[in-house]
Design a protein. Structure first.
Ligand SMILES: [Zn+2]
Length: 387
């Protein structure tokens, strides 16, 4: 292992855990790592290493023209697709005078795999068709309707799913080496989707069949795809996040605070609320005051009395019996002067000056923050700003 530079961090971590557990000092033989990830930044295009030409037209129109005038003898189209929560990939190879060859792979549920990953699987299937094609000393084109997949090879190949791009490069390299003496040439070409390019549409149709579960006998697949694919971290994360959001939403709407906020804005919890308090003009303190007012736990006296922090719920400014958020924001006569700007902003938004307008309108947030600051109501004694 000492002689291997790549992947050594992972191995040395394993080895150090092993020595902690056993007291044995790690040697090369303790754990042998077969999963090697290059830690070095690589840009194959800069090194002139790519075993194919990539062609990404400047526009969709140019891409269609390029696809129509393609002169390669063998045309391969690949695609990845999601259907009913499941992901599939396919590749079709056509050559004049021969029946087309196709490969499919059902990747699995969207909770474990992404369409981007499927696009790369499609290219790998296409590469396999190319490398197993008889009379391989020919010119090949591989059409992909996805620019991100096409340009993945120009990146550092370190994103989740890029293990597939690395495998594609390896198969392409081996194929090129085997056919070096012939006139073998491969072009990977972006062919804009949904533009009526026939190969694209065929590949799309086949990828959807794959998503529905069509997969051949595993021996027909490239060796890399004979084992189940690693779960894609991006898909797993997204799935986990969706699950969390659902739980949170359910719990949130069941709480008293959630119900209070729902009265102001029926879409809560929502991006609208987050947007209204995450404007760059608002300080963290402004945002938290507005959130407190929305949720009904701003430190006004009615709330503080309930918490046992003050003796009376009375408004300290005008002496009214109860200082509620609504009293503070809308009714307290002591803040009539400060409230003028709020009324003006409400008129501008063509809204009545209500709690819903004040706390539910993102375009109200800045004026509201100014009002809260101007009243000095929440300024703590001895502090330079509201806390
Ligand atoms: Zn008052």
């Amino acid at each position: 292992m000492a002689s291997r530079k790549t992947g050594s961090d992972f191995c040395s971590l394993l080895n150090s855990k092993y020595s902690q557990l056993t007291g044995i000092v790690a040697t090369d033989k303790v754990i042998s790592c077969t999963y090697i990830i290059s830690a070095r930044y690589r840009d194959p295009t800069l090194q002139g290493e790519l075993p194919f030409v990539t062609s990404i037209a400047d526009s969709r129109e140019d891409s269609i023209k390029e696809a129509e005038s393609a002169s390669e003898e063998v045309q391969v189209f690949t695609d990845g697709s999601a259907l009913n929560g499941k992901v599939g990939a396919a590749a079709i190879l056509t050559r004049e005078g021969k029946p087309p060859r196709a490969l499919h792979l059902a990747l699995g549920p969207e909770s474990e795999h992404t369409v981007h990953e499927a696009e790369l699987v499609g290219i790998l299937l296409g590469m396999h068709l190319i490398s197993t094609e008889r009379r391989g000393n020919a010119t090949f084109a591989l059409g992909v309707d996805n620019q991100a997949a096409t340009s993945a090879f120009h990146s550092a190949l370190r994103n989740p799913g890029h293990h597939l791009a690395r495998e594609i490069l390896q198969v392409a390299n081996r194929t090129q080496k085997r056919r070096r003496k012939g006139r073998y040439k491969l072009t990977i070409r972006w062919t804009a989707g949904h533009e009526g390019i026939k190969g694209n549409e065929d590949a799309d149709r086949e990828a959807k069949r794959a998503a529905e579960g069509l997969t051949p006998d595993k021996w027909a697949l490239p060796p890399y795809l004979r084992k189940p694919l690693l779960i894609n971290p991006a898909a797993a994360k997204r799935d986990h996040h969706e699950g969390l959001k659902k739980i949170w939403k359910k719990e949130w709407t069941a709480t008293a605070r959630g119900q209070k906020a729902a009265r102001i804005d029926g879409t809560t919890p929502s991006k609208k609320f987050l947007k209204s308090v995450s404007q760059t003009e608002l300080s963290r303190i402004d945002a938290s005051r507005i959130a407190q007012l929305r949720l009904g736990h701003a430190p006004v006296n009615k709330y503080l009395k309930r918490m046992g922090r003050v003796d009376s719920a009375r408004c300290p400014a005008c002496g009214d019996d109860e200082e509620t958020p609504e009293h503070f924001l809308i009714h307290c006569p002591s803040y009539a002067h400060e409230r003028w700007a709020l009324a003006q902003q409400a008129i501008k938004l063509r809204k009545a000056l209500t709690m819903e307008t004040l706390l539910g309108e993102p375009e109200m947030a800045r004026t509201l923050a100014k009002y809260i600051r101007a009243t000095n109501r929440f300024r703590q004694p001895g502090s330079s700003d509201q806390t």
